[in-house]
Design a binder for this molecule. Sequence first.
Ligand code: ZN
Length: 309
Amino acid sequence: MRAASAERLHHAYLIVGRSGVGKLDIATLLAHALLCEKSPDAAPCGDCQRCALNAAGTHPDINQLDWIDTARVISVDQIRKLTSQLTLTTTYGPYRVAIVNKAHSMTRAAANSLLKTLEEPGAGVILILLADNDAHLPVTIRSRCQRVVLPLPEKSVALDWLKEQKISSPEMALEFAHGAPLLARDRATDVDLGSISEVKSRFTDFLNRDYEPAELARITADVLGTRDALTLFLQWTTEHIKTTELSALNSRTSSNGHRSERRFLSRALERLQSALRLDNPSLKTQTVLEGVLADIRIMRVRTRAETVQ
Ligand SMILES: [Zn+2]
């Protein structure tokens, strides 16, 4: 907005941040501000005719492009259609804004086609590309955009917001969305957070003492897919390591015991990471988890035996 008021807007922005962090909301807000009648350097007024058109989703000077769900990519045809719309004269103000959501999913041909517009954008054209991970975008695209990184909000801020949204288990929802609040809100409705809490407490039991891997694999596979399960196991193991380190600082138990516990937990982490890397979607979740958990159990038994010797 500062750049807009100084008339020094870049013609292309690349907003990068985790899925569910709010990239589309920011981009939409910026677009609406640029198109508002009052001023481009503040939040949209919400009262003018152009804001009304934006609220109704019918402003002619804004184009938004998203992937087509079935294909999960942005195709060259979609980009061609967009770039031809960008050559039209604006109806109202000086700007024509295009938002490309999930720009990281453009095919190579689509990216090449967009490149021409990035090199020679028409007068008043502002492109806003959104990407979860811009490593998937060609350097030629990245180098022509001003990059803006949206970090995850602080945990306490995200939790307060989720409580305002009346999400029943905000802590677990945020954990499940790896810290991204919008994703947490959206997924809170389609997963059973209570059951995931249950899985978490069983998993912590499993790290601490003997608990049947097959049983844990079964209750986990009932509520989670392989990727989600392994990612949460990793997250919980990391948390567990932090708790163990803290209690080691505050206790007088033998440092030998702590060293072996640390060794066990770091081996468990490695095992989970390699399982996540090798994730094969054609294998049954329960089978994969059973294998990984059985390995981790053996690691625990071995590490403890090493300490006794
Ligand atoms: Zn307005």
